[in-house]
Structure formats: C-alpha cells, structure tokens
Write a protein that binds this ligand. Structure first.
Ligand code: OGA
Ligand code: MN
Length: 323
C-alpha cells in the first residue's frame, strides 16, 4: 500500500514572476511560505529600500495624535516600487491604544456604514461594540463578523463609485492624523475625504486589487495598521507585474503615492505579532487617560485581529463636490 505523503509541492520562490504567483505562495498554509525574502524594515535591506527625510513640520500636536516626535521616525521608500513610502510605527504606546480603541469603539458606530448592516444583526441604536459584550462569550457571533466600516464618502463595494448621496462626517482626529502625515511627507494639499476601516481575523486575506475609484488618484493614499501583523504585497499596474512582499506590524504606515498609487496590492496572510507595540514595556504604569475596562476588551479583540485604516482623498483640490 502506498504511504500517503504529507509533502505538497510549492513553486520555488524564484518562479514568483507575477503578483498572483506571490499571492498564492504567501497565502499557502501547507506548505508554509519561506519568509526570508520579505522586506523587513526592522532590518532594512538597503539594496531594496532607501531612507528618506521629511519636510520640516511646524505643527506640534504630535502627542495629541499619539505620535512620537518627528526626529524619532524612520521613513523609507521602496527602490523597486517608486512612490511606495513606509513609516515604521511612529506611534507611542498611548497612541496605539487610543487609535485601536477608536477603531473598535467609535469608527464601528453609526452613522458609519458596516458590512453587518446588510444582515440586520444589530438592533436600532445599538453599536457593534456594545452588542459584542452583551452576547455570551461562548457565542461571539458578532465579534468575529465585523469586516469593514466606512466613513466620509462611503466606499461602494459593488459599483466602486462614490456618491454625494452616500457620505457622512469623517473623524476629525483621523483627518488631523493623515493630513499631518501628508504635510510631513511634502503632500501639503492632501485632504482626508473617505476611509475604510478593515477588520481582519487571523485567517483573513485581502485579494489583489487597485484603488481607482477616487477622482483624484494623484493624491497619496494612507494605510495604517494596528494589532496583529501582515504580509503586504505590492506590485505594478498589472497583475502580470512582479510583486514585493513587506511585513507590516502594529503602527506601521504605508503611503501609496505617485506611480505606486495605482499599483496592485493585497494581503495574503495575517501573522501573529512577535511583539505588542500597544503594551507599555518600559513604563509599568499605563497612561491613565485610557479607560481601563474599555482597553481590556480592546486588547482581547486585537489579540486575534488586525485593523487597517485606509484613508483617501476623493476630490481634486479646489473641488467641493463629486459632480
Ligand atoms: C484597502 C487595502 C490594505 C491593508 O483597504 O484597500 O488595500 O493593509 N488595505 O489592509
Ligand atoms: Mn487597497
């Protein structure tokens, strides 16, 4: 009788010629991918990335937005994908906690739109976060079901078109944060007009796509990650172009600007975080501005989840409406 082999064939890494090959390779569970060639900004390979400097920024509300002072930031650009900028976690521990709390508690609340809206799982006036902690812990039907929440111009997942009829307020803090990031990188005209908050579980993926629904694709797109880590793939204008893989960890920011703004990208895998940058390692007394009970719940959520804040400008500068 033939012995069943556990061995599964996988393409050698050098054969990953196109975006979809790399996606399949890094998504695979059995066999798991070799992570050796992934760009890791904790140990930047200077043949693939270069350090860039910032524009002097006169704004001084770093702390209020949960950011470290500018002289502590490390910013890189991918040599192989010009315009793809990476900022290594510029957040303080307090900043991480505060933004994670905003994502789970505030950005998932009405009038923002959620994937759950279509399933009538929430009662009127009940927020997802409140409802989660009413249900028995053993069930956790709601907690794991949130996939996305949108604000500003709501992303329409079917038509991929924005509409003046589907628009609510953007979070002021999120506008301030991304507009500060933009000015620091020299994009002084950027205005945050639409945001998608993506909520990933450990087995979630995000298929390769381009973001081209915005009238203004010259403006940069800001993508901020919290919680568990991810392998992020970025390629070229076509699915046939090769892709680079990067590790994204809690607090890391990717900016898709210039020619990378319309590049194919996706998330083939969520990985367990090796360190938790939302924890205070040095100061044993966490910042008292965070509500202890809320944070405890958010911390438990984030132990099995990754959150991505995807912020875009929609209109051309000077334009006040879509049409
Ligand atoms: C998106 C997106 C990337 C990520 O929401 O369009 O590309 O890192 N997200 O989750
Ligand atoms: Mn995208």
């Amino acid at each position: 009788m033939a012995i069943k082999s556990e061995y599964k064939w996988r393409p050698p890494r050098f054969k990953l010629k196109m975006f979809k090959d790399s996606f399949k390779y890094y998504k695979s569970r059995n066999p798991p991918p070799d992570l050796k060639n992934i760009i890791d900004f904790n140990h930047p390979n200077l043949s693939k990335v270069r350090k860039i400097s910032t524009v002097e920024n006169k704004v001084h509300n770093w702390e209020k937005l949960g950011l470290k002072p500018l002289n502590k930031w490390n910013i890189y650009e991918l040599i192989t994908v010009p315009g793809l900028i990476y900022i290594e976690n510029p957040f303080t521990e307090f900043g991480q906690q505060n933004w994670i709390l905003k994502c789970v508690k505030d950005f998932s609340r009405k009038p923002n739109k959620l994937n759950l809206d279509a399933h009538s799982l929430l009662h009127d006036n009940e927020s997802w976060w409140e409802a989660c902690f009413k249900e028995p812990k053993s069930e956790q039907k709601l907690l794991t079901k949130l996939r996305w929440a949108t604000q500003g111009y709501h992303h329409n997942w079917d038509t991929k078109h924005y509409s003046e009829d589907s628009k609510t307020e953007m979070s002021k803090d999120l506008c301030d944060l991304t507009e500060l990031l933009a000015t620091t990188l020299g994009f002084s005209e950027f205005k945050a007009e639409a945001a998608i908050v993506n909520y990933y579980r450990m087995n979630s993926t995000l298929a390769g796509h381009t973001d081209h629904s915005e009238i203004n694709v010259e403006a940069p797109l800001f993508s901020i990650s919290f919680g568990q880590s991810a392998i992020f793939l970025i390629g070229g204008r076509s699915q046939q172009d090769p892709a680079e893989a990067l590790f994204l960890r809690s607090g890391d920011i990717v900016v898709m600007s210039k020619s990378s703004r319309l590049s194919y990208h996706g998330v083939p895998k969520i990985l367990r975080a090796e360190i938790q940058p939302w924890e205070y390692y040095e100061n044993p007394n966490p910042d008292s501005r965070i509500n202890e009970e809320d944070w405890c719940k958010a911390k438990s959520y984030i132990s099995e989840a990754r959150i991505n804040l995807n912020v875009r400008q929609v209109l051309k500068s000077g334009q006040s409406k879509l049409y």
